[in-house]
Write a protein that binds this ligand. Structure first.
Ligand SMILES: [Fe+2]
Length: 272
């Protein structure tokens, strides 16, 4: 089977080829080395994940291969959501109080600010988060790996940024979980973040990671961002000023949008 066919087969049925972690690591190393050479040769630094990153097998069949078509923003805005402060209750940012009992795990607070590329706060921004529980399990029928569901933890929350772009979530530290990209593949612990912008065309989705995770170098999703500095920006910082006495440890993670509100549009036009 050719390499290309093997990759496509793996994307359709990861168990069919079950590449080893060593194979994935070697591919990541080669792609990163090639990227660093392009930067040395004068190419621009890449700050976004590659959409066709071969070690992340399913990305190959799933990524767009044609230029995106622009929708008419005036039309789409007729249907787009507009969130105000009264649409999201303050308690929705606490993922530990959604059920009758306390969820199991390490209680944490994740706080930070949403800033534009010029360092100005982005106020009134809808942030949604979703994550696995303290055992690395999602409440999702496709997640069937043998780790317990926590009846007191759903793993979703949302908040609106304050006047200084600030946000804060109280939650449980998620655990790593296995996935079927290759044999013995495990994702570093992470929290998914969505920032809605002012309409559907601006939605941005990313992941926040925890400092010092030993799985970083093995994870083809994290490593799909070929630039080391850009990868580092997805990792929160432990912040003892956010930690509260006998209650929760604290992490800081500022979300800096790469430019003003037009940045997402520039990405869609393939300008960077
Ligand atoms: Fe996840």
């Amino acid at each position: 089977m050719s390499t290309e066919n093997a990759i496509q087969a793996a994307a359709l049925d990861p168990a069919a080829t079950a590449d080893s972690q060593e194979t994935i690591n070697a591919e990541i190393t080669d792609l990163h080395a090639a990227y660093r050479q392009t930067v040395l040769d004068g190419a621009a630094v890449e700050t976004q994940p590659r959409i066709n990153f071969a070690p992340y097998r399913s990305s190959l069949l799933r990524h767009p291969t044609k230029d995106l078509h622009h929708t008419d923003p005036e039309t789409i805005e007729l249907y787009a959501p507009a969130f105000g402060e009264r649409d999201v209750h303050a308690l929705e940012s606490d993922l530990t109080i959604q059920h009758n009992g306390e969820p199991i795990g390490e209680r944490i607070v994740v706080a930070g600010r949403v800033l534009d590329g010029d360092g100005r706060p982005v106020a009134g921004q809808l942030i949604e988060v979703w994550q696995a529980n303290a055992a690395g399990r999602y409440i999702h029928k496709r997640d069937q790996h043998p780790a317990p569901i926590d009846p007191n933890f759903t793993g979703v929350g949302r908040a609106i940024t304050g006047p200084n772009g600030e946000y804060k979530f109280t939650t449980i530290k998620p655990a790593p979980y296995p996935w079927k990209n290759h044999h013995n593949a495990w994702r570093p612990a992470h929290i998914h973040f969505s920032l809605f912008g002012t309409d559907f065309t601006q939605r941005m989705i990313t992941q926040m990671y925890f400092p010092g995770d030993p799985l970083f170098s093995l994870d083809p999703i994290y490593q799909a961002i070929t630039d080391a500095d850009a990868r580092d920006r997805l990792v929160a910082t432990y912040d003892h000023s956010i930690t509260s006495h006998e209650w929760a440890t604290g992490y800081n993670w500022d979300i800096v949008l790469t430019g003003s509100n037009q940045t997402w549009m520039e990405d869609e036009e393939g300008e960077n």
